[in-house]
Write a protein that binds this ligand. Structure first.
Ligand SMILES: C[S@@+](CC[C@H](N)C(=O)[O-])C[C@H]1O[C@@H](n2cnc3c(N)ncnc32)[C@H](O)[C@@H]1O
Length: 274
């Protein structure tokens, strides 16, 4: 398994321009296949501290804006900013409302001034960032004292069935790489934010066949973009090998695809006297 524990590891995650282009292309198909994303984002919303009343929130890696609209509903008095690296996603989200501002930007270098927002909500986006330490530092910079960062991300164990099946066929990288949970724990503990909660939960989706799973990953823009992925067409024999290998995982409900989801809620400490 690739080590993503280093703060920055060039080449370990796909190029950001590729990530942006892939999600931009997926904007129109995304919502029809985003059941997992909705379940995870809703669970993250439930974890927000009850007392939180932001005047300004940020939906980071906002995608089609599903959770910008949920945040607007939950905090009707507040003003919202949606930031995403994919222009296509921002364009799509703009037409649907939710956030007041839609800004292109990178979670590792937020296009925001210091101490401007009370909530940063980011669901299933920061697994695309190789420098999670920078994400935490930027959140700390952009939050007001007392403000909250709520994130959901993916860790090792995600799509392990697909990874193992490809491994059995050709041993190449066909599945996006993920950070270890221990690295999330360490980087959060080392950040200047206070950890209110940090846990991992498996979500398992079931598919009638492998084509449905790979089709969904593509429609989400989340198919394999790793450097080192095999180029060219997938040969018929290798595809057949993959189908057979994945069948070993079949359960009564269908072919499982496990997502190991990390949920974290962190707070910027109040200044002395506040
Ligand atoms: C799986 S989608 C999730 C969208 C939305 N948060 C949801 O839950 O429906 C991931 C989003 O993160 C964005 N993204 C990926 N890397 C990013 C980065 N470094 N900075 C900001 N956004 C990023 C992608 O463009 C994509 O829109």
């Amino acid at each position: 398994m690739t080590d993503l524990s280093q703060p920055s590891l060039p080449g370990a995650l796909p190029d950001k321009r590729q990530v942006a282009a892939s999600f931009s292309r997926a904007a129109a198909s995304y919502d029809s296949v985003a059941d997992l994303q909705r379940a995870v984002g809703n669970r993250l919303l439930e974890q927000l501290p009850n007392a939180l009343e932001p005047r300004q929130w940020l939906d980071l890696g906002s995608g089609t804006g599903c959770f910008s609209r949920a945040l607007q509903h939950r905090f009707p008095q507040a003003s919202g900013i949606a930031v995403d690296i994919a222009e296509g996603m921002l364009q799509y989200a703009r037409t649907l409302g939710g956030a007041h501002y839609h800004v292109a930007g990178d979670a590792e270098r937020l296009p925001l001034r210091d101490a401007g927002v009370e909530l940063i909500f980011t669901s299933l986006a920061v697994q695309w960032c190789s420098d999670f330490r920078a994400v935490l530092a930027e959140a700390h910079r952009a939050l007001r004292p007392g403000g909250v960062l709520a994130f959901a991300s993916l860790c090792v164990g995600t799509l392990h069935e697909l990874r193992a099946s490809w491994q059995a066929v050709d041993g190449l990288v066909h599945v996006n790489r993920f950070r270890q949970m221990a690295d999330y724990q360490r980087l959060c503990a080392e950040s200047e934010l206070q950890v209110l909660s940090l846990e991992t939960r498996p979500h398992v989706l079931y598919y009638p066949d492998l084509r449905s799973l790979t089709h969904e990953l593509k429609a989400l823009g989340a198919h394999n973009l790793n450097p080192g992925r095999p180029a060219g067409l997938t040969g018929r024999a290798r595809m057949q090998g993959l189908l057979l290998a994945y069948e070993q995982f079949r359960q009564a409900q269908g072919l499982p695809a496990t997502y190991q989801v990390v949920y974290g809620v962190l707070q910027k400490p109040l200044l002395e006297g506040e």
